[in-house]
Structures are given as C-alpha cells and as structure tokens.
Design a protein around this ligand. Structure first.
Ligand code: ATP
Ligand code: MN
Length: 448
C-alpha cells in the first residue's frame, strides 16, 4: 500500500525558501506567493474543490485547492491524499474571515511527498487507545501545544538558575542508596550485583555544594509508585537545586521566584498553545503577578478545621483531598512548612524552635494540582540520621560517605525538587500527568 512518490520533487531540488504557517497567520505574507510544507491535518472535497487544513510545527492553515488552478494530475493527488500525508504546496495567501486563523492559501502547486495510509486515530477514542498509539498521537494539536509549553518550562528552569549564578551539576543515575524510602526503588542488575535508579539527585548534590555552593539540575527520576493516581509517573523529570549557606526560608523564596519566572516565560512565549488547551490565561497571569503565601502545617490544619470542618489529626501527612480543600482558601500556590518530623525522610532536620516539626516545605498548586515542589534544610546531626535510617531497616555502611559530608567543613545547606510534569500539568490544566511527558511510564505502562 505504501506509495512513495517516485522522484524527489522539484520543490526540494530547487532549494525553495519555505514559509512557516505562523508567518502567514501573523499577516506577514498576505497577498504573497509562498511555498509551504507540512502534513494534512483535515481534508474534504466536493467536486472540483478540495479544502485541506495543513499543519506544520507552528500552526494550522486552510488550503483551498481548485481544479484549474493547478495541473489535473496534482488536483487528483490533492483529492486522493488522506490525513497525515506529507505535502509541499505553492499558493497565494489571502485573508479569509471564515478560515481558521483568518487566512487561507489558494493552491497552485500540490506535491505529495508521501501518501499516508488511513490514519488509525479518528475522533473520540479512548485514552488507553491513544496511549497505545502515542507515537502517532504526539502529532495532535493538544500534545503539540503541551510539548511546546514543556520546552519553554525546561528552558526557563535553566535560564532562571544560570542567571542567578547556579552551576549545573550532574549526579549518577545508577545509585547504591535510597533517599526517599526503599519502597519506590527500581532495582537494576549491575553486573553480578544490584543497584538502583535515581529517586533524586540530592545526596550527590549535597557533596557538591561544598565546592560549587549553588547548583541545580534537571534529570530523569525513577520511582516505582504502586498507587495509580493522576499525579504519579514511574519516570519523571525533576528540577532540583541545592545551595550552601541557605536555610529553609531562603529556599522557599527561591522556589516561589522560580515558579513565577517559569509562568512568565510561558505567558510570554505560549499564548497560542494555552489557547489551544483552553487554559484561562488571565488566571495564570494573575498568579504570576501575585505573592505566594507561606504557612505552617499546623496553620494548615487550623484552616481545614475552621473553614472546611475537616479534622486532621496532628502528625498525619496531608492527603490529596486535604491539600485540595486547603487551596480553596488561596488563589495562588501556597508554601506549607514544618510538617511533623516523624513522617519525614531521614535527612530532614528538627526545627529547634518547634522540635516536633521538620525544617521542610511543600509548595501546593491551586486548582487541585497538589504538590509541585518539595524541599528542606538538610540535617547535620549524624547520630539522628543514623537512628532514622536504622528504624527503616537501612544498612548504615552504605551511607558512610554521606556522613563524611558532615565532618569536613559542614555548613547549613538546603535544597528542593520541582516536578516538571506536575508543573506542566497545572500550567496546561491537564486531566492526567501522563499527557505532560511524551512517552509516559506508569505502573501499568512502559510501551511504546
Ligand atoms: P508526593 O507526596 O506527591 O508523592 P513526594 O513528597 O514523594 O510527592 P518529593 O520526594 O518531595 O515528592 O519530590 C519532589 C517533587 O517531585 C514533588 O514535589 C513532585 O513535584 C515531583 N514528584 C514526586 N514524585 C513524582 C512522581 N511519581 N511523578 C511525577 N512527579 C513526582
Ligand atoms: Mn511520593
């Protein structure tokens, strides 16, 4: 069935200059003759006319193909070409209020680069089918917009830290230790031994702040999450920072600035994409312009009790439902500090001013998107950390190198991790975190 065009077209051979759809939609090419290449997004024909909507990486545009305006052979090709066929066009750009985007191309050349087979994805298919067809579904307008926004987010993270004097620092992905609890580790056969995939970059980052002082990284992170939620992936990207001489307060302020910086970059670069996704842009702009509050865990329980009539026992971690209810009382992300010490990871230190709590924080997003950032000051108390690790059945010998960091010029230091997909989900108002990453991996899926 596969019909490749017999020869490379004269378009390609002639080193034509190509316009992009966004230039046409910007009105820069009106009344010009242009060359355009891309894929057929939608097409219908009746008698002597074909209306094809063309897409390229920058947008979609209506192309009108009328018999008589081009060779008969090319007109027949235009009629025959199915959705997703790759094409090269020449035509006149005209303003047309009825066309999507307000412009159309009146086609005078229509060259099919490859006639597509019938595309397996049609309207109203189930999320599972679309995940099976992910390699094709990533061409959809929705995922194209999400991936463009994701690209802005990633670029913004690098820009934010580099402009502020942080060095990019890479940690190993294969690690012999846990950091966030043994139950979510992915074990990897390592020659005749075993090791694990990184749950975080943190322990290695703590080694590096004694030379580089301020560092950041963004890398793949692996957690064998056994619960199925719309907020957990098995492989996700975490953007982390770690800094010497900074305390809990300092890093909460960095995290707020970072999230606002990212929002502003997206608002500057991706208005169209936010529109495609139906995102309320005014709401995002308001958040980017607002101050994010900081409250304690204890205060959060008071709010839940007084305003939501919810009684959470002091000492229990906040669940999703409680985070969502709490955020009913804010219209920006909120930083919650001082969670109960006992439920926290071994490296989170006691707050000397409130010893039942840890010097840690989560940033919780509004609109039911939950935790987007988690971080803490780091403990410098070797005996305390040893005790906590022993309680969870860890062998202390594996951590001796980490305790060394507290013996040679230790200083207060702190850091946090921001979940890239959590943030992208919220910015794009996605129903499920799986759409925030090109090829999602979850407990039930690692294909394609
Ligand atoms: P949660 O309670 O939601 O599972 P966590 O407390 O395990 O989060 P941290 O260990 O603090 O998360 O990790 C830092 C950040 O990484 C989180 O704030 C979140 O944005 C992101 N994150 C953590 N686990 C996942 C996951 N399985 N999938 C996607 N992002 C995640
Ligand atoms: Mn978790």
């Amino acid at each position: 069935m596969l019909q490749l065009h017999p020869v490379v077209s004269d378009f390609i051979m002639s080193k034509t200059s190509w316009v992009r759809i966004e230039e046409i939609l910007d009105g820069k090419k009106t009344e010009n003759i242009v060359n355009l290449r891309g894929w057929i997004y939608r097409t219908r024909s009746s008698g002597n006319i074909v209306f094809a909507v063309i897409r390229d990486a920058t947008g979609i545009l209506q192309a009108t193909v009328k018999k008589g305006n081009l060779s008969d052979e090319e007109f027949e090709d235009a009629k025959k070409a199915l959705v997703e066929s790759s094409i090269e066009l020449k035509g006149d750009v005209k303003e047309d209020k009825r066309a999507p985007g307000g412009y159309e191309l009146r086609v005078t050349r229509f060259n099919v680069v490859q006639f597509a087979e019938p595309f397996p994805i049609v309207e109203d298919q189930s999320p599972e089918f679309l995940l099976d067809q992910r390699h094709l579904w990533i061409r959809s307008q929705k995922l194209t917009s999400v991936l463009k926004i994701r690209s802005t987010v990633v670029g913004a993270i690098h820009k934010f830290f580099r402009e502020r004097g942080y060095f990019e620092f890479d940690a190993p992905v294969l690690q012999p230790n846990q950091c966030e609890g043994g139950s979510t580790l992915f074990e990897v056969k390592y020659y005749d031994k075993k090791t694990y995939l990184a749950q975080t970059w943190q322990l290695y980052a703590e080694a590096a702040v004694f030379s580089l002082e301020k560092i950041y990284n963004m890398g793949p992170t692996f957690r064998a999450e056994k619960s199925k939620t719309s907020r957990h992936l098995s492989e996700f990207w975490m953007a982390e920072m770690e800094a010497a001489w900074m305390d809990l307060y300092d890093i909460t302020e960095v995290a707020k600035d970072e999230v606002k910086f990212i929002l502003n970059e997206v608002l500057k670069n991706n208005k169209n994409d936010l529109g495609v996704l139906g995102r309320d842009i005014k709401k995002l702009q308001h958040i980017a312009d607002s101050k994010f509050p900081t409250i304690t865990y204890t205060k959060a329980l008071e709010i839940l009790n007084e305003k939501e009539n919810m009684n959470v026992e002091w000492g229990k971690d906040l669940r999703t439902i409680e985070e969502n209810k709490l955020l009913n009382h804010f219209d920006t992300p909120v930083v919650v500090t001082n969670y109960p010490l006992e439920v926290m990871a071994f490296y989170k230190p006691k707050d000397p001013k409130d010893p039942k709590t840890a010097l840690c924080f989560d940033m919780i997003a509004p609109e039911e998107y939950g935790e987007i950032v988690g971080g803490s000051q780091r403990s410098i108390d070797i005996e305390y950390m040893k005790r906590r690790l022993k309680e969870t059945g860890e062998s202390i010998e594996n951590y001796e190198w980490y305790f060394d960091l507290r013996k040679y010029g230790s200083v207060p230091h702190s850091g946090y991790g921001l979940g890239v997909e959590r943030l992208v989900s919220w910015i794009c108002s996605l129903d499920n975190i799986k759409d925030a990453i090109p090829f999602p991996r979850t407990m039930l899926r690692f294909r394609p």
